[in-house]
Design a protein around this ligand. Structure first.
Ligand code: FAD
Ligand code: UDP
Length: 372
């Protein structure tokens, strides 16, 4: 419970969207109350030391990568970085570990192909690719690039598990996040900046929010705070349909159950993440955190991700009808004075962390322009 009960801003949600805006607004002299219904800051990027002494991510692996100098410069005020380039293997064909995104090594491994140049790999894929007149779905993107066999090996099962629908029902933007390469680059991302916050995400958030103008209240819901506290403006970073009491119906979100485990062995797998496209396996991927943090410990901590419908909303589901429903909420939001919607759930966008930071910084700039 806060002593002070009057603020310039109430910000709902202490993830990237809410915390960046709290920090920016406090810096220009505003009094901010930042709340979260969870008992911690950081939103989905929250990390913590577990019983084995390993820094784990409570809500699944969060790998930082960006091409934005502005976002790096901003966050670097609150953390130093541990260089880390993410590499992922997929367990296919009954246990063969193959690099994903598909690259020349993947093709050589799977087909014993001995492809030596980009051109050879390109020609190899061209022979398999199926022409698709208009690329609209997540199936189209992959089938038109690598053909049906590789699509079924790497994408169909994973996507059906992750989203609960077939890739043919999902917008192309989802599987288009994972490129196809003809070179030997086996990194998951190619962004120019790839690193992990050296002391973890939570520490970075704590430093961001360490300002006399920011009051943080955790374990409280917006519904219980809004009557008790006076504020001039509201910034909401939770699900936009929830804010409007699901007036037009529920926006679909996909959830995950995170199964955390500590194993009595030093290492489980050769890389931080192994993807499991096989539909007979209930989880989609397994993360071993010591690869991300560079820690050494006698035990190892891992997380299995089990996708599900019920539970916290983690992923907006990119489909045309969902976007149309979001647009109705967005129009309502624009017509509602005194409140701004920022972040992955509030703007129903499948955004990475850096994109949410960028969106929050842009929102702050717009707010500043309106004030002058
Ligand atoms: P959130 O982090 O969801 O924060 C919103 C907060 O609002 C939550 O803490 C919630 O408790 C709170 N809240 C909501 N409603 C209320 C209410 N009514 N009252 C009080 N509090 C409320 N991005 C990357 O860049 N790299 C990755 O590797 C990566 N991996 C990911 C893995 C998983 C499993 C998931 C789910 C996401 C991943 N992301 C990754 C995306 C990243 O998590 C998001 O981009 C980012 O955390 C979004 O920040 P946000 O502030 O918009 O939302
Ligand atoms: N995907 C897949 N197989 C993989 C990796 C990804 O089918 O081995 C698809 C799947 O639909 C997934 C999407 O590509 O949801 C985006 O993958 P990404 O790794 O970006 O997912 P995120 O980290 O956001 O969960």
């Amino acid at each position: 419970m806060t002593g002070q009960s009057s603020f310039d801003y109430l910000i709902v949600g202490a993830g990237f969207a809410g915390s960046v805006l709290a920090e920016r607004l406090a810096k220009v002299g505003k009094r901010v109350l930042l709340i979260d219904r969870r008992p911690h800051v950081g939103g989905n990027a929250y990390d913590e030391i577990d019983a084995a002494g390993v820094l784990i991510h409570r809500y699944g692996p969060h790998i930082f990568h960006t091409n934005s100098d502005e976002v790096v410069a901003y966050l670097s005020q609150f953390t130093s970085w541990r260089p880390y380039e993410h590499r992922v293997l997929a367990s296919v064909k009954g246990g063969l570990l193959a690099p994903i995104p598909i690259n020349r090594t993947t093709l050589n491994l799977l087909y014993g192909a001995n492809l030596e140049t980009d051109e050879e790999a390109e020609a190899f894929l061209k022979r398999r690719a199926e022409p698709v007149a208009r690329i609209e779905t997540s199936e189209d993107v992959v089938v038109s690039a690598v053909g049906r066999e590789l699509y079924e090996t790497f994408f169909r099962g994973y996507t059906r598990k992750q989203w609960g629908i077939d890739p043919s029902q999902l917008d192309k933007s989802v599987t288009a996040r994972v490129p196809t390469r003809t070179n030997l680059d086996d990194r998951y991302f190619t962004d120019k900046f790839q690193a992990m916050p050296a002391a973890g995400y939570t520490r970075m958030f704590e430093r961001m929010l360490d300002h006399p103008g920011i009051t943080v209240e955790l374990g409280v819901d917006f519904a219980e705070v809004c009557d008790r506290v006076r504020f001039d403006e509201l910034i909401f970073t939770g699900p936009i349909d929830e804010y409007f009491d699901h007036r037009f119906g529920r926006l679909p979100y996909r959830s995950l159950r995170f199964e955390h485990a500590t194993l009595d062995q030093a290492w489980l797998q050769p890389v931080a993440v192994i993807n499991h496209p096989d539909e007979a396996v209930s989880y989609t991927r397994v993360t071993e955190y010591k690869h991300l943090t560079g820690q050494s410990a006698p035990k190892t901590s891992v997380t299995y991700e089990h996708p599900c419908d019920e539970g916290d909303p983690y992923y907006p589901i990119p489909r045309p009808e969902n976007q149309a429903l979001f647009k109705r909420y967005e129009a309502l939001a624009l017509a509602t004075p005194g409140v701004r919607f920022v972040g992955r759930l509030a703007t129903y966008r499948y955004y990475n962390m850096d994109q949410v930071v960028g969106q929050a910084l842009a929102t702050f700039r717009r707010m500043q322009r309106l004030e002058t």
